[in-house]
Ligand binder design. Sequence first.
Ligand SMILES: *Cc1c(COP(=O)(O)O)cnc(C)c1O
Length: 455
Amino acid sequence: MPQIPYRTYLEEHEIPQNWYNIKADMKEQHDPFVHPGTKQPMAAKDLEPIFCAELCAQEFNTTDRFIKIPQDILDYYLTYRPSPLIRAYNLEKTLATPAKIYFKFEGNNTSGSHKLNSAAAQVYYAKQQGLKGLTTETGAGQWGTALAMACAYFGLDLTVFMVKVSSQQKPYRKAVMESYGASVIASPSTTTQAGRGILERDPDTGGSLGCAISEAIELSLSNDNIRYVLGSVLDHVVLHQSIIGLEAKAAMEKIGEYPDIIIGCAGGGSNLGGLMAPFMGDKLNSTANPYFIAVEPASCPTLTRGQFAYDFGDVGQTTPLIKMYTLGCGFMPSANHAGGLRYHGMSPIISKLYHDGYLNEARAVEQTAVFDAATLFAKHETILPAPESAHAIKVTIDEALKCKETGEPKTILTGLSGTGYFDMQAYMSYNSRNMSDSIPTDEELAAGFAQLIRL
Ligand SMILES: *Cc1c(COP(=O)(O)O)cnc(C)c1O
């Protein structure tokens, strides 16, 4: 048998020319956005005051299986893509597992994560529409950085509302964004009504993604030349991230492999959604039957303990109502170190696929065990993973050890969504054994569910 290489790269000319729209293959679509006032389903044009027109069109596209990637975006992708598919031989050896472990690594760009894939697309369409600037929120900082990079490249202004705990934990993130020309505001801030309201109720809050979203949306609505962009959750983001799965599938085909198990961490669901999309397409079309696992933090257990209900995407209750797994938009997760996974809701596509049983399983894991896995991985595979990605690594190791018990040589494909170079506060806390796991009680979750809107 030929030796499979440590790294399998596609050639530049093999980079996918189209994104894959999983919705074209879904048996049933997720429920539509609903207007919180009228309680009526919303159409693409209803979202255009907030989002770019082309992104609204993509958001509602349930029929085109493939959507052409514009050449300017492809040109940008080629500065850091195709990303490598890595066979984790060293980790396999250490675990003494018969499993074959593959990682699709998205940390190979300055933003350090997969988020640049959607940032490039969103900024490109905003520029095409003639907009002057964009605004957004960022939690861990990866999205803000990715967007700052894309805005610098395509030539748009950017204001980033950065979750306060993250901006304190990660001053260098802020510096990177500013180096690319973005203006960065700690959220909650006094620059918006939403921020002032939250500060009045809870002056010491460390903020949350939901709260930063409210502030960014408020700014976008106050200026017709500015639109809001979101780094996860929405269908068009999952669409752009399908490049991860398409590349992974093509690379695996090159080496004669196909995954039995596909694992990704899920914050808003975009890296997992993108990684699994073409494989999920196979499952929906009954040409293959891989097993999908979404991994989330025990401190923010959206899929494992949340409800499948209509909810706002933000704590300020400014977004349309979205049918998704949610902990309630008022849920304030504890200051877990995986900032990108501290979100109360989940992609409607992921939610629907999970609810209908196509996404087989969600697993919640605790922070300390996640960093045990992260450091074991780093020592053997050299990449220091983002804390978010380390959630997927933790479950990958668990699955590989299961294979050791059963003797089954399963093929595992895991999304390594980013690097942890800007997360050293988290690693410091782990190294000094200061890390604690904070898991919400049923009573705390019930308080979030009680606030859900019943339609
Ligand atoms: C943002 C982020 C996540 C979580 O977001 P998803 O939309 O669920 O992918 C995961 N990993 C990294 C490295 C991130 O930056």
